[in-house]
Design a protein around this ligand. Structure first.
Ligand code: KE4
Length: 428
């Protein structure tokens, strides 16, 4: 594959943008090599500046469930832009998106639109602290909720101790308010509620973990979190930035039948444009300014063009059999990849929920952060580059997810499996 134009553009970018990227995981540091510079997308495909074509399973890290440049999304964005780009005032579009989301997810009695998943999670944490009057929060190792200070925290020295910063610039005093538990291990949560009675405002969780690779909740884990938070007067926050409208139209809360007190959303609800949201119980959301004392604001929150893309994308997901097709094609892909790996004698585990999945080079099962950390990331990097060279674009990190869109065809899936089989034969 020719890549000299990508390489020259990336060299220029590195002079003016840290690492040449506007988000670290795009840098390919997780898999080595230099990223390709993408110039356009259409349906399930993207092209780079050297003219190379790729079958895309990154989907911009999840938002593009309806594929790139969907005609209906492009038309909605264009028609909206022609009437103005932003007013800083109430609009019909933000109301329509708010009503679509709250109708899809009944636990969201009220919702506030913001501009990213980070803003959604940051605001939900502040709201939970305002509502309960408590300061501690519980999160899970391996789960990611954006880059706000309270959430860039890793586990402290031992169980039941406070967290430590997971980034330079996060004061230890902030990190101490965050307690880090182990995903799929309810006892690691219970110990915190015993250690800090009446002090934990909320627990935030990805109901299907997607940021350590895909790790689904084991049976009764989510139900257990619902009970332990309820029993201790803490709020349960589902971070559905990845899973919202992805694993089901009503998100993971519909799929697993567990109702959180607050939900964070992003990615798909913007259809590729910057939209995030947080919402939930009316009595909690009524604490949000201007109704209540918890302040949160944003110049471009509910931006007309962004919400137009989100509305059209969600409407596309209301069409008949959309999720049945996503499930069928994703299941075929998952089975094909796993069989290709087995045929090449490679131990792999493929974790999947609907159209979001991760292939781990590890015999499995993969149910905890510890299992993930033991997977073969070097072999994943070779697999990633082998697929990229053959025109298949996966997540450039072993700890991320790949996504099937409504625009991938059965032939695309078949081609992907054949390509993977060829690459894996070279890995064993
Ligand atoms: P954003 O601020 O990137 O819109 O959303 C943060 C966020 C919150 N919650 C979950 C569950 C998320 O997955 C994310 C962002 N996901 C990452 C990768 N999985 C986005 C990619 C990136 O950081 O560039």
């Amino acid at each position: 594959m020719k890549s000299d134009y990508s390489e020259s553009v990336f060299r220029r970018s590195q002079k003016v943008i840290p690492g040449g990227v506007n988000s670290p995981v795009r840098s390919f540091r997780g898999v080595g090599g230099a990223p390709v510079v993408i110039t356009r997308g259409r349906g399930p495909r993207v092209w780079d500046v050297d003219g190379n074509e790729y079958l895309d399973y990154l989907a911009s890290w999840g938002p593009l469930i309806a594929g790139h440049a969907h005609p209906r999304v492009v038309l909605a964005v264009g028609q909206t832009a022609a009437k103005g780009t932003s007013f800083g005032a109430p609009t019909l579009g933000e109301l329509e998106l708010a009503e679509l989301i709250t109708q899809a997810m009944p636990s969201l009695e009220m919702i506030r639109l913001v501009n990213s998943g980070t803003e959604a999670a940051m605001s939900a944490i502040r709201l939970a602290r305002a509502f309960t009057g408590r300061s501690k929060i519980v999160k899970f190792a391996g789960c990611y909720h954006g880059h706000s200070d309270p959430l860039l925290v890793k586990a402290g020295s031992g169980a039941a101790t406070h967290g430590v910063p997971d980034s330079a610039g996060v004061p230890a005093a902030y990190a101490q308010e965050t307690l880090v538990a182990d995903y799929n291990d309810l006892s690691s949560v219970e110990v915190y509620f015993d250690e800090w009675p009446g002090q934990i405002a909320a627990l935030i969780v990805e109901p299907v973990a997607g940021n350590m690779g895909v790790v689904p909740p084991t049976n009764s884990f989510l139900q257990g979190l619902r009970k332990v938070t309820e029993d201790n007067g803490a709020l349960l926050i589902f971070d559905e930035v990845i899973t919202g409208f992805r694993v089901a139209y009503g998100g993971a809360q519909a799929l697993y039948g567990v109702s959180p007190d607050l939900t964070c959303l992003g990615k798909i609800i913007g259809g590729g444009l910057p939209v995030g949201a947080y919402g939930g119980r009316r009595d909690v959301m009524e604490q949000v300014s201007p109704l209540g004392p918890m302040y949160q604001a944003g110049t471009l929150s509910g931006n007309p063009i962004a919400v137009a893309a989100g509305i059209e994308t969600i409407k596309l997901l209301q069409e008949p059999n959309v999720y049945e097709q996503l499930e069928a094609y994703s299941a075929t892909l998952a089975t094909g990849l796993h069989e290709a790996a087995s045929a090449a004698g490679l131990p792999t585990t493929l974790n999947r929920v609907g159209s979001v999945m991760t292939l781990f080079f590890h015999p499995g099962p993969i149910q905890t952060w510890g299992d993930v950390a033991a997977s073969d990331t070097k072999r994943y990097a070779k697999y990633f580059h082998g697929m990229l060279e053959r025109g298949v674009y996966l997540a450039p990190s072993a700890f991320e997810a790949s996504f099937v869109s409504t625009q991938h065809t059965q032939d695309d899936i078949k081609q992907t499996i054949e390509t993977a089989a060829e690459v894996m034969r070279g890995l064993s």
